[in-house]
Design a protein around this ligand. Structure first.
Ligand code: ZN
Length: 851
């Protein structure tokens, strides 16, 4: 312990002397300390003060520093990157940017000059409570502008540096404001002290409690959308993403752990090693502990290291021990005290070492980057040279997928003419079809384009996994997420430009009723808008045919009956709501159907505007609740009342129609006997409970709830075969052995009863992202709406035991209780806001079930 302390003080000394030399040599540029009035590391700096320092530096050195604001957060905070370069490079910054895009084919034209510096982009503080890196940013910025420091000079002479001081300012300030309130005159290093125990939800997440470092490809959050729009305009050659992890862990830098995605290039792999060499050189010199090649892998495409990698860059994660727990100082298990100053030193040093690795080989990096895109455009990877998405699917799904492609700068178009290709991999049937016919307006995505690697990875049916102990979900294939009929084609088809898509033109002649097909989110948004305006909406429980068209179960019917108060305005109101959502309205002149039930039938139910409550707070993984909140608030614009779990005992039940329970580890306390009894009374009186994931598991087996987990006995009749010696555990393999129960996120095809309201609109087949190997038995009296038969596995890693458990198991069920109902969802259909197909399923649970 003593020698560690001694080492720590030596390190501090060497850094102090280094910092002093920096200060004295850059004559007039204010240091962060001079500007802020306190030593960096002595307190946490709020986001606006971090930006204020950057603004001060830009005022002092306008020829070297350019501020590039790129948006605002949900809570109104400024988003900004800072470009730092030599005067020569900064004066032609726009030319450097456009030359880069032209070189890789993301902009028309040829580069105007061959002298192209690499662009290195460092992202700080994506997780808001990992607040150390925004402090490090200020020192990195100051150091880069030190005109007498040889390393800074080398970096500035060769490289354009882009620094993002805070990707998630709402989360950052949530943490910093809280921490500053907890702090006394001196920091208290005792781990139990209040200042080390951040309250729910913590600063890690976005305003809507999403994890912003799972969102790079999906771009569901406003901060991600704004940042990625800027990223696509720059397309850096290197991207470093700065994080923190548990207090006890030493520093982590590249090379990453396995699994590496198979499409990471040899050069990118080699550079992972190089970063390790550059960082370790400084860490060794200072005697700092670190590790590489463990825990942080390169697989899931929506991280700050993999996303840039699949976009041709060198992408890395850096992790410092600390995060929201460490505060200004915390005592570790080994007796040493970890201070904010030490944490800053590590991120600062890794930042400079990384930039140095670029500065030592600028031409090579630019050349390799260019070649990555040459290959993408001319000899793309993967078995498919084009992807075909049938246009006969739902327009809402198609549009949502197109938006995702556009945000990632993946180009697409239409086939242009009807044709047939010999073979194509049918994602839905999971087999190769012969003679695939293509309609003129089908969507075609060619693999011969700059973003080919990203395209291949987002569409691959199953990603090759070299090692299954990954940190995240292992399957994300977009055709399944969107539920669109898709083919992978070995033939190259060059798409024709898409004609400007006009929003559905909703003509609104006076009609007997207006119909909206229940197929995807635009229909739900229309319903939400109509219910918000107190319009009476009905839903057809059975398919019907009318005026020569067929309509599936769930079709919305807005009739004049019940909406008399609107008179002739009804059509306009419906059309406006639908147009805003992008849904089509079909006016009909009669309710007398050719087949099915007439609009006045009992099989056409009136939909009430439910008063919805969502339980969150302590014990809930914040994203589990945040996804629901975000869906109601941002996507549907429909009111939801957020209820803290601790207040559920005093809730006014008669003010709620629907109660949503996401996963929460405290249900044992929240739903005590008294509250559970009140909850059941409320359901019997007509309430609807939606129990998701661990909430469903919590209720399983409780009195009155029909859901049961299969007993192990019933489940495992498997006999151990072979020599028992073969199955003895090997200690070094313990991590591997543990994952046989794991299912970190895999795709399964669900058998759905689409005649049940919970299955409405899911006629094209439903794929779910399974993350829980719950083993729910079929409901004896209730409705088994979604379930897995023998083997519905499609893609991703499923541990041996987990796979076994997922045979003949219930995923989505409805139990009727008195006049109310309970919807059980074993998986989270709103997971990370990107599983598009799940949004309709979830909406069914809220609006359709139990009417
Ligand atoms: Zn992090």
């Amino acid at each position: 312990m003593k020698h560690i302390l001694l080492l720590a003080s030596l390190v501090t000394l060497s850094l102090v002397s280094f910092a002093q030399s920096t200060t004295s040599s850059s004559t007039s540029l204010l240091t962060p300390e001079q500007f802020l009035g306190y030593k960096i590391g002595s307190r946490f700096t709020p986001h606006h003060r971090v930006l204020a320092y950057a603004e001060q530096v830009a005022r002092q050195l306008p020829g070297r520093v350019k501020l590039i604001p790129y948006g605002t957060t949900y809570e109104g905070r400024q988003l900004m990157v800072i470009a730092v370069a030599s005067e020569a490079n900064l004066s032609r910054l726009e030319e450097i940017r456009t030359n880069n895009l032209k070189r890789i084919g993301l902009m028309e034209g040829t580069p105007t000059s061959t002298a192209q510096p690499p662009i290195a982009w460092l992202s700080y503080n994506v997780h808001g409570n990992e607040a150390v890196s925004s402090e490090a940013f200020m020192e990195v910025l100051h150091r880069l502008l030190n005109s007498t420091d040889a390393i800074s000079q080398k970096i500035m002479n060769t490289t354009v540096v882009i620094l993002d001081p805070g990707l998630n300012p709402d989360g950052h300030d949530r943490y910093v404001n809280w921490y500053n309130q907890m702090l006394g005159r001196n920091p208290n290093p005792t781990p139990n002290a209040r200042e080390h125990n951040e309250p729910w939800p913590g600063g890690r997440y976005t305003h809507y409690l999403f994890d912003p470092n799972r969102d790079w490809a999906w771009q569901t959050q406003e901060i991600t959308q704004q940042r990625m729009a800027l990223y696509q305009q720059w397309m850096p050659q290197l991207h470093g993403d700065f994080h923190e992890m548990g207090v006890e862990s030493p520093y982590y830098f590249a090379p990453s752990a396995k699994p590496y995605h198979e499409d990471i290039t040899p050069y990118q792999r080699q550079f992972q090693q190089l970063i390790g060499q550059y960082c370790s050189r400084y860490f060794d010199r200072n005697g700092w502990l670190y590790y590489t090649r463990e825990r942080f892998d390169l697989f899931y495409p929506s991280y700050g290291d993999t996303y840039p990698t699949y976009n041709g860059a060198i992408g890395m994660t850096y992790e410092q021990g600390g995060s929201g727990r460490a505060g200004l100082a915390i005592l570790k298990a080994d007796g040493d005290t970890l201070t904010l100053r030490q944490r800053i030193d590590h991120h600062y040093t890794a930042s400079i070492a990384t930039l140095e690795s670029v500065a030592d080989r600028p031409a090579e990096i630019v050349k390799e980057f260019g070649q990555f895109f040459d290959k993408s455009r001319n000899t793309p990877i993967g078995p498919y040279k084009s992807y075909l998405i049938k246009s006969n699917g739902d327009a809402g799904r198609l549009k949502a997928l197109q938006q995702l492609l556009e945000r990632n700068k993946i180009s697409f178009g239409v086939a242009g003419k009807a044709q047939t290709v010999a073979t194509g991999f049918n994602y839905t049937a999971q087999k190769t079809d012969k003679n695939v016919s293509i309609a003129a307006d089908d969507i075609v995505i060619s693999a011969y384009q700059p973003k080919s690697t990203l395209l291949k990875i987002l569409f691959e049916q199953n990603s090759a996994l070299e090692d299954s102990a990954t940190y995240d979900i292992t399957a994300w294939s977009l055709p399944y997420a969107f539920g669109l009929q898709t083919y992978g084609l070995t033939a190259r088809i060059d798409p024709k430009p898409l004609s400007a898509t006009s929003a559905p033109v909703n003509t609104v002649p006076a009609a007997y009723a207006y119909l909206i097909r229940w197929q995807s989110v635009p229909a739900v948004q229309t319903l939400a808008a109509l219910l918000n305006q107190k319009i009476r909406v009905r839903a057809a429980e059975k398919p019907f045919e009318l005026e020569g068209k067929t309509y599936a179960s769930g079709t919305l019917i807005v009739a004049r009956t019940g909406n008399e108060r609107l008179g002739d305005r009804l059509g306009t109101v419906v059309a406006q709501a639908a147009a805003q959502a992008g849904a089509e309205v079909i006016p009909v002149q009669t309710g007398f159907v050719t087949s099915g039930s007439d609009f006045g039938s009992d099989f056409v139910s009136g939909l009430k505007a439910p008063r919805v409550g969502l339980v969150l707070g302590d014990g809930t993984p914040p994203p589990s609740a945040g996804e629901v909140w975000h869906f109601f608030d941002q996507e549907l614009n429909y009111p939801v009342t957020l209820l803290d779990g601790s207040t559920l005992g005093t809730v006014e039940w008669n003010k709620l129609d629907v109660l949503i329970l996401p996963t929460n580890y405290n249900y044992g306390r929240i739903l005590n006997e008294r509250t559970l009894t009140a909850l059941k009374e409320w359901i019997r009186a007509g309430g609807k409970l939606i129990a998701m994931e661990r909430a469903a598991a919590f209720l399983a087996g409780k009195e009155g709830f029909d859901l049961k987990e299969k007993s192990e006995k019933e489940d495992g009749k498997k006999e151990k075969k072979g020599n028992p010696v073969d199955s003895l555990k090997i200690y070094i393999n313990r991590e591997r052995a543990a994952i046989s129960d794991d299912i970190p996120g895999s795709i399964y095809r669900v058998n759905v009863d689409t005649s049940h309201p919970l299955g409405f609109g899911l006629t094209g087949g439903y794929y779910t992202l399974v993350q829980n190997a719950f083993n729910f038995d079929f409901l004896k009296d209730g409705w088994n709406v979604g379930y897995l038969k023998g083997d519905n596995y499609v893609a991703g890693f499923s541990g041996r035991n987990a796979k076994e458990k997922l045979k003949n198991t219930l995923l989505m069920g409805v139990q009727e209780m008195g006049r109310g109902s309970i919807v059980y969802l074993a998986d989270d259909p709103l997971f990370r806001g990107f599983w598009y197909n799940g949004k309709l399923l979830f909406s069914n649970a809220v609006f359709m079930v139990g009417n």
